[in-house]
Design a protein around this ligand. Structure first.
Ligand SMILES: [Zn+2]
Ligand SMILES: [Zn+2]
Ligand SMILES: [Zn+2]
Length: 258
């Protein structure tokens, strides 16, 4: 009889426990319904702007699920997405100086990227702060300014070396070879005085003022014969083997005919 009583006692206790539990659940559900209806009436009383502010605040300043928000204000997720249109400035550490920077995010998933150090690191250019960007620009400007100054200095040294070396040596430098070849090409591989193209072409300096950095007009392209003549030297006979066409060409160059 003792065992039967004990079982009855246990059953009675279990019944109480279950009933207590069920009652507590019911109470919580009622509280939840009450809290929800209070919130909804609060929201209804506030004007539209305030409701938008509330949604913005909930969406951006809390980590709670958007399901709860949708449930409370009675909209679906698609409507909520449409309501979250204003970009929100989300704080995050600058990947370079670690100072607080803000990035305009369209939604939570975009904002979540800002909490991923690897995402920030791989998209450095997009996320570094204005100060770091300015510093970088200044650094680059300084670097190119220095490079330009060094280049100018190097060029000055190069020119002064070209000016101080003996003339014969100067004529063998890559600078002169390149410049004089370019000048011959400009002259269409003809003597600029008599238009002959059957003799070797020389490039004669009219001025040595800019030796090492000549202007095209500092020199003249001359055939061997004209070059000798300009230096007051005799012209060998073989160079005048075709005197008539030479004269014709010379006259033609002056705009006259025979
Ligand atoms: Zn920074
Ligand atoms: Zn000469
Ligand atoms: Zn000539």
């Amino acid at each position: 009889m003792q065992a039967k009583y004990e079982r009855r006692y246990f059953v009675n206790n279990a019944k109480d426990a279950v009933l207590n539990y069920a009652r507590r659940i019911e109470e919580l559900e009622n509280e939840q319904v009450k809290a929800k209806s209070e919130l909804i009436s609060n929201l209804k009383e506030s004007n539209n702007l305030k409701a938008t502010e509330f949604i913005d605040w909930y969406y951006w300043e809390t980590d709670y699920s958007t399901d709860i928000l949708c449930d409370v204000i009675g909209i679906n997720k698609a409507t909520l997405t449409k309501m979250i249109t204003k970009p929100h400035a989300v704080p995050y550490p600058c990947p370079k100086c670690k100072g607080t920077n803000y990035h305009p995010c369209k939604n939570r998933s975009e904002a979540n990227l800002l909490f991923s150090p690897s995402h920030l690191k791989f998209n450095k250019d997009k996320y570094i702060c204005q100060k770091c960007k300015d510093d970088e620009t200044k650094r680059k400007e300084e670097k190119s300014r220095k490079a330009a100054a060094a280049n100018r200095e190097k060029n000055k040294k190069r020119i002064s070396l070209l000016q101080s070396m003996p003339y014969e040596e100067y004529l063998l430098t890559p600078h002169w070879k390149k410049f004089s070849q370019e000048r011959r090409r400009e002259a269409d591989y003809e003597c600029e005085k008599c238009k002959r193209d059957d003799l070797k072409l020389h490039v004669h300096h009219l001025t040595y003022e800019r030796r090492g950095h000549e202007k095209p007009s500092d020199v003249i392209v001359l055939c061997e014969a004209c070059h000798l003549a300009i230096h007051g030297r005799p012209i060998p006979a073989y160079m005048i083997k075709n005197p008539v066409p030479l004269m014709e060409r010379a006259l033609k160059a002056m705009g006259k005919t025979l």
